[in-house]
Structures are given as structure tokens and as C-alpha cells.
Design a protein around this ligand. Structure first.
Ligand code: GLU
Length: 462
């Protein structure tokens, strides 16, 4: 029995940075390929020459590298394949499966009564039946002869089951525009066939395009691949996810300190489930992924859940790994953030803070507090706070620095420990809330501790 290798692709247009929705589609393709020992490919759909830029292409590639979705073969650049596209168009015209159409907008409006550009009025095949002579300079489009046979309008979607369309909704659509550029619905088929794609996994906005594409596959004599259309990602309002929902480009997530492992885990769970497991390594995703696990309904993008996951990944990562990641991927300059601190000392500090943050950006800000804030002015500052800090400092000077001192001072002043710990923390890192005093004094030198406590005693009231 012939065993065909699974080959899938993600085909973004380089007209913007990679968006989280796109990354999810790419990820599902990747997981499907790897689960089936298949091949995952990328195609850059840059035929919209005005909106496509090299900078966006590079940015998308960097995002894929960042999350580790590396294609198994070189990226196919669609615009380098124009000659092949036109070969296929010539052959379709020769076989009367496509034809030049010279009908102008005005002629169509007069003949078919089309008033609004967006109205769908079936083209009447005028130019198919009337191949009159034209001047070479006359503008024309090329239309594809949409077949009448019903089978072309029905397909089995691997996620949604059988989907059928009425042929009335389709006509001889344009495959090459007047400017000579072939359209998406045509090139996608030629290129998918060229890349020997076996499964087309993409967003559900392409469902209605599928009958057109199937008809082109058949007209060209290509084998029709399987189709799987992924449900939409929705914003909190229930409408399609947009910038308003706070979802931004993959770049932005990186810059704000989300870990690639967390973003991948979160996106994998967006519309796909395996038992009730939430946390997956890439290897586990590959092992368990299947299209049967993908739901039919749209899923709501929940930033809170992503935050929870990111915090969890940060907490579970070693300080060394986090340090190295922050230096190399995020280019944080610890020499400036914490001047004079050794890597070892920073790693100790990371261990103290990593369980308390959502993002690495937040971790960086928290680490920055260790630098000492100078004089701190906060509205809650009281005479008592100053007094407890002075008591703590006195004991530190006499007995050496120990977390126990906080307890003893609280006892002496007959107040809860927290009332002593808070102003001491304020002195050490400029904040009332944060890690335990024991952790902080462990990270700072004796001199730093004593100096900062002294400084707080000098802070005026506001
Ligand atoms: N460039 C198309 C898009 O971004 C690809 C669609 C497809 O996968 O067929 O929507």
C-alpha cells in the first residue's frame, strides 16, 4: 500500500508582523506534520507586491525561529514562481478552462445591472462565448471556467465534516487581474500542488474559497488535498480577535517578556484539547496532537490564562536559563540594571523573584528594585514606620543582620510582624510588598542593608 508522507504548509503574506492567530495556524500545521512524521513547510505569499515587504518577511521568520517552528525545506517565495503560474494559466486557456475577459465594469453594470462593487452578480460568460478580436492594449482579466458539476462544491473538512455550497454562489471568477497579477485562489493551488501538500490546514475564513480551489485542482489535473479549517479565535466580546482585545503581534509578546514555550502551550490549547491536561512541552504536543482534538467552535483569547501560564513557565525555569534568555533574546543589560552585580548574585535574585511575576519584563523591573531607590516618598509613610526601621538598624548593627530581628522588633513594639517588615522592605527595595526580608537581606550586602535603612530614616514625610 502506498504510504504518502504528510506534507503541510503555513502560507503567510508578509504584509504585517506575525499575529498570534497566524502563529496558532502555523503551530497546528507543525504539530500535525510532526505527529505524523511528516514535513512542515512555509510559503511566503508575497504576490501583493504593494503591501508585502522584506522587513515583514524577516520579522515573521524571526518569530518562527523564536518559537522553534522551523520548516523542513527552504521557504518557498511565491513571487519567484510567476513564470510557473503563467505556464499553468496558458495551459488552462488552451484547454478552454480559462479565458480572457474584456468586459469593463461599466459593461458589466449595464448588462447585469450591477450597481454596488461588492454585490455578487454571476458573470454571464459573455467573453467565453464571444471571443471577438481585441486590440493588444485593451485591458482584460482572465476568468476561470467554474464547472457546473456539483461534486466540486462539496468537500469533507477534517474538522467540520461535509460542507457543501450552492453553485449559484460561484461564477467564472477572475484568476488574473487587469494588472497581470494572478490572484490568491489560483496561485495557492498551483503552489500547493508544486509543494506536494497533502493537507491544507488554515483559518475558517477560507472555507468559501475551497470550492474554487477544488475546481482549479481538478482543471489542472492535480490531486485534491485534504482540507481542515480551524475555527476562529475570538476576542472577549465574541467577535473576531482584534487589537482592541489586547492581542498583538508575536514580536510584542516576546518584547514584553512572554516565553516562547508559554505562548506555544497557550495557543495549542486555544481550540485543541487532550484530556484535561493544560501544560504541555513541545514534545508532548507533538505526541498528543490530532485534528480530532480540534473543536468546531471559536475559542476566546483569554489574556489572563496566558499570563497564568507564562508565570508558571517562568517559575519552573532555572535562574540560569532565565538569565541567559534575558541577556541573549531580550538583550537586557544587567550591567546597567544592577551595576557591579555578578551573574551568580543576579541568578540568586532571579530565584527570589521568579515565582512572583507574570512576565520577564516584570521580572526585570523587580530585579531593578534591588539597586536601591534612593529616598522613597509614599503617602502611607508614618512616624511608626520610621521608628521600626531605626530599631531594626540598631539591632543589625549590634547583633549582625538576621531575619529574626524583624520578629524581635515586632515583639518589642508589640505590633504584628508585617508592620515592621513592610517599612524595612520599603527601605531595601522601595516597595512595601515583595519578597520576604530574609530573602532580601540574603541578596544585599551588609553595607547596602545598613545604608538603605539609614536612608529611610532620613526621608521626610509628605
Ligand atoms: N496567504 C493566505 C492567508 O494568509 C493563505 C491561506 C491558505 O492557507 O490557503 O490567509
Amino acid at each position: 500500500m502506498e504510504h504518502k508522507t504528510v506534507r503541510v504548509r503555513f502560507a503567510p503574506s508578509p504584509t504585517g508582523h506575525l499575529h498570534v492567530g497566524g502563529l496558532r495556524t502555523a503551530l497546528f500545521n507543525y504539530l500535525f506534520a510532526k505527529h505524523n512524521n511528516g514535513v512542515y513547510l512555509l510559503r511566503c505569499e508575497d504576490t501583493d507586491l504593494e503591501r508585502s515587504t522584506e522587513a515583514f518577511f524577516d520579522s515573521q521568520m524571526r518569530s518562527f525561529e523564536w518559537v522553534g517552528l522551523i520548516p523542513d525545506e527552504p521557504v518557498v517565495i511565491q513571487s519567484t514562481r510567476f513564470a510557473q503560474h503563467f505556464k499553468v494559466i496558458d495551459s488552462l486557456i488552451e484547454r478552454k478552462k480559462a479565458y480572457k475577459c474584456y468586459c469593463t465594469e461599466q459593461a458589466l453594470a449595464a448588462r447585469l445591472g450591477k450597481t454596488d462593487e461588492n454585490d455578487f452578480i454571476r458573470y454571464d460568460r459573455y467573453c467565453f462565448y464571444n471571443q471577438t478580436a481585441h486590440d493588444e492594449k485593451d485591458p482584460f482579466v482572465i476568468r476561470f471556467c467554474m464547472p457546473e458539476s456539483l461534486s466540486e462544491y462539496i468537500f469533507d473538512d477534517l474538522i467540520r465534516g461535509q460542507i457543501s455550497f450552492s453553485p449559484e454562489q460561484y461564477d467564472d471568477f477572475i484568476i488574473v487581474r487587469t494588472d497581470g497579477v494572478p490572484v490568491y485562489n489560483f496561485v495557492v493551488v498551483v503552489d500547493d500542488a508544486f509543494m506536494a501538500i497533502t493537507h491544507v490546514i488554515r483559518g475558517e475564513e477560507h472555507i468559501a474559497n475551497t470550492p474554487k480551489q477544488i475546481a482549479i485542482y481538478n482543471a489542472c489535473g492535480y490531486k485534491v488535498p485534504f482540507f481542515a479549517h480551524l475555527p476562529m479565535i475570538l476576542g472577549a466580546s465574541g467577535a473576531k480577535l482584534s487589537k482592541r482585545d489586547g492581542a498583538t503581534s508575536v514580536n510584542d509578546y516576546k518584547e514584553h517578556g512572554y516565553l516562547p514555550e508559554a505562548l506555544v502551550n497557550y495557543l495549542a490549547k486555544l481550540g485543541w484539547a487532550y484530556k484535561d491536561q493544560e501544560i504541555f512541552s513541545m514534545q508532548e504536543l507533538i505526541t498528543h496532537f490530532s485534528l480530532e482534538g480540534v473543536g468546531k467552535k471559536g475559542s476566546i483569547f483569554d489574556p489572563e490564562k496566558l499570563n497564568w501560564m507564562n508565570g508558571l513557565y517562568i517559575k519552573n525555569m532555572s535562574a540560569r536559563t532565565l538569565y541567559e534568555y534575558m541577556c541573549t533574546e531580550l538583550e537586557y543589560r544587567f550591567g546597567e540594571l544592577l551595576p557591579g552585580w555578578s551573574q551568580e548574585r543576579i541568578e540568586k535574585a532571579i530565584d527570589v523573584f521568579k515565582g512572583r511575576v507574570i512576565t520577564l519584563e516584570e521580572l526585570k523591573n523587580e530585579l531593578g528594585t534591588l539597586r536601591g531607590q534612593g529616598n522613597v516618598l509614599i503617602p502611607e509613610f508614618t512616624k511608626e514606620m520610621k521608628q521600626y526601621v531605626a530599631m531594626v538598624r540598631e539591632r543589625f548593627l549590634k547583633e549582625g543582620i538576621s531575619a529574626n530581628t524583624i520578629k524581635e522588633v515586632a515583639k518589642e513594639a508589640d505590633v504584628p510582624i508585617v508592620l515592621v517588615a513592610q517599612p524595612v522592605r520599603l527601605a531595601l527595595i522601595g516597595k512595601l510588598h515583595g519578597p520576604g526580608i530574609g530573602d532580601l537581606i540574603h541578596l544585599l550586602t551588609t553595607q547596602e542593608v545598613l545604608e538603605r535603612l539609614k536612608k529611610l530614616e532620613d526621608v521626610p514625610f509628605i
